[in-house]
Design a binder for this molecule. Structure first.
Ligand code: GAP
Length: 518
């Protein structure tokens, strides 16, 4: 596999602007100026996200004999987060710029660099006068000037003045500096990422509860009840989808890192190797199985295999309880980043909840006639990161040639997998001012809607309507023209090839259903 490290075919800005233009995904609370780290999904985005979730649920629950679905609460008993270690350890190192931006950073996202201190002198009146309070740290004078012009000039009230920037001799040092304004960064302090709220009418500390930062813990605490209800033996899994909340210090890169997001997690409870019999898969074999199975899922739904890779966490960096963690990374336009994590969590979570709740969560294995705490393999995917990956991989721009003169135009296409496409078929009458044509098209759309997500659109010329559907990934456009009234046939246009074929109107529902499931 070619280990590319950059995408040249699509930028994040392109995806953001497509999403904004078509109302697919846009900033949350937009009419109030936005709320950082939150995004709303519009009609097309909501369908796309639902389809991603449905595809995951189908492959993780519906198509399997060994996994059940659950739907647990966002608000959990405060002890859950003590037991899971989130109260103590779910932290990021945070530091602040001492420069005028006062921006906050995750210390682990900012590398130590060599910088020198630059002082500012006001030379407007000839004689250089030092300016108090300017502490610009920059790797070079050019950069210091940039920082000056974007932050310091205004902050120091120097607009319209002539200034000189001088490097302070002997100031060169290594440390962490703001990449935005050249301010020195404070020492890191630990910042807990859990968001909290208060339950009940009195907002004292006893009412404080956390909004879940992962869906996984809800599964662990429901484990025994769900297992008994489903009469399950090991190995088996419990899957869940839902919102999670993290007070990310630096939410960024569109829906890649947000403060409110969705997860699709599955906890697979299995036997520790010493209790396996007769060729049963061991815990490490299940770990391997889920790594591969999850990567295959993304490929199955259209992601280029070359845009996916495994990142195995080095042994020395694993949590004490973990026997292995692998990230599935995707080549986003911002570079290789985590799309999903697969972790071998050993028996840590169930053991912790046993200790903190006093409930016996051990499994009685009739084969070996012993009680033990199952091991857990956890594939944990981010729904929004998956949506972003599917959008980036499906996006393409094409030059199309039309007519005898070979007139060229550009089209944007989302080549989404049929299962993920928000709208499956669009019915378009060629002429809006012919009631008989409109009536036939509307009837066709209504017939299709009983089976799939179809739309009717007569708000523009046919070429424009095709482009609109291409841009949101609709696989089939069905045109009703004047001939349709005579021959009772319609034209189906394929999104990817733009090929057209004539199909009997009475066969169209079957044709679309057949092609969607092909
Ligand atoms: N239960 C394990 C767990 O939550 P994680 O690696 O912290 O593991 C799993 O999260 C997945 O959730 C990530 O791989 C990512 O896709 C998604 N995710 C995590 N934080 C996110 C955020 N702030 N915004 C969007 N997605 C996020």
């Amino acid at each position: 596999m070619a280990d590319k490290s950059q995408r040249s075919d699509v930028t994040l800005d392109t995806i953001v602007s497509l999403c904004k233009r078509r109302g697919i995904i846009f900033p949350g609370s937009e009419i109030y100026g936005g709320l950082q780290g939150t995004f709303d999904y519009g009609p097309i985005g909501a369908e796309l996200k639902r389809n991603v979730k449905d595809a995951w649920w189908r492959s993780m629950v519906q198509e399997r004999f060994d996994i059940e679905g659950v739907d647990t609460c966002v608000l959990l008993h405060p002890s859950v987060w003590k037991a899971s270690g989130h109260v103590e350890n779910f932290t990021d190192p945070l530091c602040d710029s001492l420069g005028p931006s006062r921006k906050r950073y995750r210390a682990d996202h900012i590398e130590e660099t060599e910088c020198s201190l630059y002082r500012i002198a006001d030379v407007t009146d000839g004689e250089p006068k030092p300016v108090e309070g300017a502490e610009i740290w920059a790797p070079a004078k050019k950069k210091a000037k940039e920082f000056y012009q974007t932050w310091w000039e205004k902050h120091l009230g120097l607009e319209g003045r002539r200034v000189k920037l001088e490097e302070v001799e002997g100031s060169a040092t290594t440390g962490r500096f703001s990449p935005d304004d050249g301010g020195r960064l404070t020492d890191p302090r630990m910042f807990n990422l859990m968001l909290s709220t208060a339950l009940g009418p009195v907002e004292d500390s006893s009412a404080r509860v956390f909004l879940r930062p992962e869906t996984a813990q809800g599964i662990f605490i429901a484990y025994e009840t769900a297992r008994a209800a489903a009469r399950r033996k090991l190995p088996f899994g419990l899957a869940q989808q839902g919102k999670s909340f993290r007070n990310e210090i630096t939410p960024r890169n569109f829906i890649f890192r947000t403060r409110e997001f969705e997860q699709m997690e599955m906890e697979f409870f299995c036997k520790p190797e010493e209790f396996c019999r007769n060729g049963e898969r061991t815990d490490m074999e299940w770990f391997d199985y889920w790594r591969n199975s999850r990567l295959d899922w993304y490929v199955r739904y259209g992601i280029d295999r070359d845009h996916l890779k495994f990142y195995d966490h080095p042994k020395e960096k694993l949590s004490h309880y973990s026997r292995g963690t692998t990230d599935i990374e995707y080549l986003y336009p911002i570079g290789w980043q985590e799309l999903e994590g697969i972790a071998h969590r050993g028996n840590y979570d169930l053991s912790q909840h046993m200790e903190h709740s006093g409930r016996d969560l051990r499994y009685f294995d009739p084969q070996v006639e012993q009680h033990y705490v199952p091991y857990v393999i956890e594939p944990a995917a981010g729904t929004d990161r998956a949506v972003l990956a599917f959008l980036c991989d499906a996006y393409r721009e094409e030059v199309v040639t039309r007519g005898d003169e070979g007139k060229e135009s550009r089209r944007v296409v989302l080549g989404l997998h049929n299962d993920l496409a928000p709208i499956k078929a669009a019915v378009l009458p060629l002429l809006q001012n012919r009631p008989d044509l409109v009536e036939m098209a509307r009837k066709l759309a209504a017939d299709l809607k009983r089976h799939t997500n179809a739309v009717y659109d007569d708000t523009g010329a046919i070429g424009k309507l095709y482009r609109r559907q291409d841009e949101i990934g609709t696989p089939y456009c069905i045109t009703v023209d004047v001939d349709s009234l005579e021959d009772q046939a319609v034209t189906v246009r394929h999104r990817d090839t733009m090929e057209q074929e004539r199909i009997g109107a009475d066969r169209i529902v079957g044709w679309v259903r057949e092609h969607l499931s092909a």
